[in-house]
Design a binder for this molecule. Structure first.
Ligand code: FES
Length: 195
């Protein structure tokens, strides 16, 4: 008789512990999962940005911010575009063979529209932000065809963000995913062709 009671109590206790354990597991699982949900701020930081390019003058560069990084939009003149093919022999990867741009920017100008260049403004050496230096301007002076110069260790990039040979930066500057919403608006962070 007492053996039956003990066995019944043991089953009850075992079942109770299992249920309590299950409740505890659920109770801890919810906040843990919740902690992995991105906050509104994190969503905003990672979200695409829409930029108005209607006021960019020919030859001018404007900087925007996406995911905490500078995004440059450069309005390239016909003279700038004409100068690009002549630099190929001085560049490390003139044909953009390395994966530093979306497929739709793997072309002679590294862009969707030749006259507008979109780049991440971070040096591919150690992450400094290069300066936009127009043709023949200091500190590179006479003979400099224009482009980007990183003052940290002297890396140079042309007007398509292609890296010169013999400098510390190993690869071309990155072209971020982007698409045109209209002639005057670009969405950075979303690929051309996606809806
Ligand atoms: S970080 Fe740009 S050259 Fe080193």
């Amino acid at each position: 008789m007492s053996t039956d009671v003990d066995a019944g109590r043991r089953r009850f206790l075992t079942a109770s512990v299992a249920v309590v354990g299950g409740v505890a597991a659920v109770g801890t699982a919810v906040p843990f999962v919740a902690a992995w949900q991105p906050s509104e701020r994190a969503r905003a930081i990672g979200a695409p940005i829409e930029v108005d390019i209607s006021k960019i003058e020919p030859g001018q560069m404007v900087t925007y911010k996406w995911r905490g990084q500078p995004v440059w939009v450069v309005s390239r003149t016909p003279e700038i575009l004409d100068s690009l093919p002549g630099l190929d022999e001085r560049l490390r990867d003139p044909g953009s063979t390395q994966d530093q741009q979306p497929a739709y920017a793997r072309n002679d100008f590294r862009s969707i529209k030749p006259e507008l260049l979109v780049l991440i403004g971070i040096c591919t050496h150690l992450g400094c932000s290069p300066s936009y230096i127009k043709q023949d301007q200091a500190p590179l002076g006479a003979g400099w065809p224009g482009g980007f110069f990183c003052p940290c260790h002297g890396s140079m990039f042309d007007y398509a963000g292609r890296v010169y040979a013999g400098v510390p930066a190993p690869t071309n500057l990155v072209v971020p995913p982007h698409k045109y919403l209209s002639d005057t608006r670009i969405l950075v962070g979303v690929d051309e062709g996606s809806t």
